[in-house]
Design a protein around this ligand. Structure first.
Ligand SMILES: Cc1cc2nc3c(=O)[nH]c(=O)nc-3n(C[C@H](O)[C@H](O)[C@H](O)COP(=O)(O)OP(=O)(O)OC[C@H]3O[C@@H](n4cnc5c(N)ncnc54)[C@H](O)[C@@H]3O)c2cc1C
Length: 422
């Protein structure tokens, strides 16, 4: 008779013990979950603090930057790749340099021998902010293949003639293509060719700030001979586990080793991004040749990435032309068909705009009307001309403030009959 009681008692004890074990295990699981959550919160808080510090630094930078041009001495000239050099520029007055937002550029006014007027060009800051010097990285611009045109004037002069000790006139860092650390999304940086310069500055700034935000860094180059700042990128990726460097070579050399020098053969494409990234949920910063950015920005839109997550900068005349909505196309072609009259009053030239030029500046130059030009991207302000009558529209955003009654001819088009003081 006593045996069933023993069995029942035993089962009860085992059941109770199991329940206690389950309770303890659940408690432990909850505790470890809470700890992980607390760590996550701590990390997020640290990121926010660092981002806020960077924001304050950039506000201070804008307050302490100089007006007009300041003299800088070329302290170092470093060969980076075929026809590409970095220049370390120290302020001639020896005073500390203001910080800048990673992605911004410097504007140079240069007395190039053989040119009556000073030439104006912009070059991105390719390193993070330092008190003592700025760095720009300049690639000699070759003419489009198969054309008889000469190579780029200023980039040739920089890479061939400029040497340590030379003094240059430089405007304070400027530009809206800048890393926005107030956003909490992880980051994708994409640099094609010399377009790597501003995005490398962004990666360097993230590393210096100690931010461990998930960051993908896609680099598109022809091969190792053209691979600008290769060693610097590799060293950065080696010491920053949060940074995933993905190098694409479109024409690898026999000595270029997949897995060592590059990860993918071909160009940086949206298909590659789709294959590499766990989702489309990133802030994108891209810089490279016009066609490259056009393809990527259009592909990102098709992938469902909102426009406000995609930041880009074109070097030079390229304006990134995303697929134009049909309605806009019709509106543009109507303007073209209307054969708008454009008058360059000072030179006494009356022409008809037929929509085949990207900008009023291109249009003027094609018809022998001379207008000063610099960056050709709406940044340096060299091409500003007064409007005597009529209105213009802009093909892209611009960094230069334009007074009412004037226009940036390098990125504007007539909205109707236009008379310019040029
Ligand atoms: C915001 C910004 C940042 C930039 N950052 C960088 C940077 O970090 N690094 C960098 O290297 N560049 C950068 N650039 C580009 C740089 O400013 C210059 O545009 C570039 O160096 C070319 O200037 P250039 O005087 O050498 O060429 P230009 O003399 O202006 O010639 C431009 C191109 O036209 C070709 N050409 C010459 N004559 C003709 C003709 N008759 N018809 C057709 N084509 C012709 C030339 O061969 C050359 O390829 C940046 C530009 C901008 C706007």
């Amino acid at each position: 008779m006593a045996e069933p009681f023993w069995y029942l008692g035993g089962l009860l004890v085992i059941g109770l013990a199991l329940q206690v074990l389950l309770l303890v295990a659940g408690g432990l699981r909850r505790a470890s979950f809470e700890t992980a959550r607390a760590w996550g919160e701590r990390e997020r808080l640290q990121l926010r603090i660092q981002a806020e510090k960077l924001r304050i630094r950039s506000v201070q930078a804008n307050q302490t930057a100089w007006n007009g041009y300041r003299k800088f001495t070329v302290a170092k000239k470093i060969a980076e790749a075929d026809g590409t050099f970095s220049f370390h520029l120290e302020p001639h007055d020896g005073r500390k340099l203001p910080p800048f937002q990673p992605g911004q550029y410097l504007t140079f006014q240069l007395a190039v021998p053989g040119y009556a007027k000073a030439l104006v060009r912009c070059y991105s800051l390719s390193d993070c902010a330092r008190d003592t010097h700025y760095r720009v990285t300049i690639k000699r611009c070759t003419p489009p293949s198969g054309t008889p045109h000469p190579p780029g004037v200023v980039s040739s002069w920089f890479t061939e003639e400029v040497k340590p000790g030379d003094i240059l006139d430089v405007k304070a860092p400027a530009g809206h293509f800048a890393l926005d650390l107030q956003r909490s999304r992880p980051i994708v940086l994409i640099g094609g060719g010399v377009g790597i310069t501003p995005v490398l500055a962004m990666a360097n700034a993230l590393a210096v700030a100690g931010l461990t935000l998930e960051t993908w860094f896609f680099v598109g180059m022809r091969n190792s001979r053209d691979h600008i700042l290769k060693k610097e990128c590799e060293e950065l990726a080696a010491r920053a586990p949060w940074l995933r460097l993905q190098v694409c070579y479109s024409q690898p050399l026999p000595e270029d080793l997949k897995g060592r020098d590059y990860q993918h053969e071909g160009r940086v494409t949206v298909d590659l991004l789709k294959a590499a990234l766990p989702s489309a949920n990133y802030d994108y910063y891209l810089c490279g040749p016009g066609a490259f950015m056009e393809t990527i920005t259009t592909g990102l839109t098709a992938w469902g990435v909102p426009d406000e997550w995609v930041n880009y900068e074109a070097f030079g005349p390229a304006t990134v032309k995303k697929a134009v909505p049909a309605a806009e196309k019709i509106a543009l072609s109507k303007v073209a068909l209307a054969k708008t009259e454009v008058t360059f009053a000072r030179s006494g030239t009356k022409l008809y705009w037929d929509g085949s030029h990207d900008s009023v500046l291109d249009f003027a130059e094609a018809h022998g009307v001379s207008i000063d030009a610099g960056c050709r991207a709406g940044n340096c302000g060299s091409c500003i001309v007064a409007i005597k009558s009529g209105e213009v529209e802009y093909s892209s955003g611009h960094d230069t403030e334009v007074e009412k009654g004037s226009c940036l001819t390098c990125i504007c088009r007539p909205k109707g009959p236009l008379v310019l003081d040029a």
